[in-house]
Design a protein around this ligand. Structure first.
Ligand SMILES: Cc1cc2nc3c(=O)[nH]c(=O)nc-3n(C[C@H](O)[C@H](O)[C@H](O)COP(=O)(O)OP(=O)(O)OC[C@H]3O[C@@H](n4cnc5c(N)ncnc54)[C@H](O)[C@@H]3O)c2cc1C
Length: 426
């Protein structure tokens, strides 16, 4: 049996059920990654969907994946182009019977799967990107509560636990590699990341499975998890929050691997409100994934889930001022400057910037979400659009959206102005 394993947002070997299934059911295997043209296509707001930061991070991680596969005698065949056309050629050239991959519950990704099926191969795709799997939920997705707290309580009272991470199948040593491409693409580091809270120029913050695993190990060997709840809102600093999100978004680590490491930490030390809060935030990540499964396309509508009557009059000039850090607020400009220069900002700054765009500038929240999509290293369609619509008051916030007072936020989180000074070079 000749198969393709198609790496998507699961750029890892460990805890990868889709990959294990491919290995356990194939004699010959072609490992493929495709950087699809659509990643760099222009979005409806006239800029590209993906900027340099995330591209660099992903390419770093692909190099690591190549090395990991090489250690088992395999090869990652890398391509740039149109996914369906590349598959068509590969399937014909190598007489492929089956394609295995993780399933991504989003429209373009589902369309890619449909096109591959039309090429006459068996396609086996496995959903695996949340901490709880949909089949574990104590309700049908269509009955998912529209309020996060109800969802959380439902999960917690039922007592379901995330599945244990699984090891890489030993079959990787017996499966014969198929080679197609010798391409090894790299991406230049063009910005100065040295002051970033997620400095991808530092080898400890590169994209990649081993780097991610090392970071989780070090994080849970430190005392930081004990005080996470009280430091997570700080605007800057490597240790104030976990920094798991960039590695999670491309699947260099899985949510279950993190959950399992968290539980081991609690057993070694003790559980407290901070360790619980790490779980709590990971549950938010799951919640946005399940909300998308429930609502589908309307997740991206201007009026979001349609649970409120809020309206926006988009002003392109104001939006451009916001995204270029030229608003009347130097605090907002500093936040945008950090985002644009480094591809990473704290959760609190994301909330402040989003609130400013929708409340002070009355702009369409989707334009802001698209700018975050362009810049963020940790861009994740569900968490990004879910959080934006929540703040804009068109998601599931029972309070109808969040309006942050910029002066109050600045006084609380940047009382001495050091954050502003850092990101607005005089
Ligand atoms: C407007 C806006 C846009 C956002 N866009 C994204 C995005 O594209 N990708 C992304 O991963 N997160 C996004 N978030 C959520 C959150 O800001 C980041 O996950 C977090 O800042 C990443 O840093 P960390 O890993 O140190 O998080 P920690 O505070 O250490 O949290 C641990 C993990 O929990 C999850 N998490 C934390 N907060 C949230 C949240 N509010 N919603 C969903 N999951 C959460 C993340 O996976 C994170 O890695 C967004 C938040 C806002 C307000």
């Amino acid at each position: 049996m000749k198969s393709i394993y198609w790496f998507r947002n699961d750029l890892r070997l460990e805890d990868n059920a889709a990959l294990n299934s491919a290995l356990n059911n194939s004699d010959h295997i072609l490992f493929v990654h495709i950087d699809d043209d659509m990643n760099d296509a222009e979005c409806e707001w006239q800029f590209s969907r993906r900027g340099q930061h995330r591209k660099i991070f992903m390419y770093q991680g692909l190099e690591e994946l190549q090395l990991n596969l090489k250690s088992y005698g395999h090869h990652l065949n890398r391509f740039v182009g149109k996914t369906n056309l590349i598959f068509q050629e590969l399937i014909n050239r190598h007489h492929i019977n089956s394609v295995y991959c993780e399933s991504i519950n989003a429209f373009e990704e589902q369309a890619q799967e449909r096109l591959i099926k039309e090429l006459g191969v068996n396609l086996y795709s496995y959903y695996q990107s949340s901490m709880y799997m949909p089949h574990q939920l104590p309700f049908d997705i269509k009955d998912l509560p529209d309020v996060f707290t109800h969802f959380r309580k439902n999960i917690e009272t039922t007592g379901i636990v995330p599945e244990e991470p699984i090891a890489l199948s030993g079959q990787i040593k017996n499966t014969i590699p198929i080679l197609d491409s010798k391409t090894n693409l790299t991406q230049e580091l063009t910005e100065d990341y040295s002051q970033s809270s997620f400095p991808i120029s530092d080898k400890k913050f590169k994209g990649g499975e081993r780097t991610a695993q090392l970071h989780i190990d070090q994080y849970f060997q430190s005392d930081y998890p004990n005080s996470y709840k009280y430091s997570r809102n700080n605007l800057m600093g490597i240790e104030c929050s976990t920094k798991f999100s960039p590695w999670l978004s491309l699947g260099f680590i899985s949510a279950n691997q993190i959950y399992s490491a968290l539980k081991r930490y609690e057993q070694r030390n003790s559980a407290n409100d901070s360790t619980y809060w790490i779980y709590f935030e990971l549950l938010w990540r799951d919640y946005f994934r399940f909300l998308f499964m429930k609502y589908g396309k309307i997740f991206f509508y201007k009026n979001g889930l349609g649970l409120s009557n809020k309206s926006f009059q988009h002003n392109e000039e104001k939006f451009n001022e916001w995204k270029n850090g030229k608003t009347p607020s130097s605090f907002i400009n500093a936040g945008i400057s950090e985002l644009n220069q480094t591809g990473f900002i704290s959760n609190r700054m994301r909330q402040i910037l989003a609130s400013y765009l929708v409340n002070e500038l009355a702009c369409d929240w989707r334009a802001g979400a698209a700018w975050f999509e362009h810049q963020l290293i940790d861009y994740d369609v569900y968490s990004n659009y879910g959080n934006w619509s929540y703040i804009a008051g068109v998601g599931t916030d029972p309070r109808g959206g969040r309006h942050f007072n910029v002066d109050k936020q600045k006084n609380t989180y940047d009382p001495d102005g050091s954050y502003e000074k850092e990101w607005i070079k005089l």
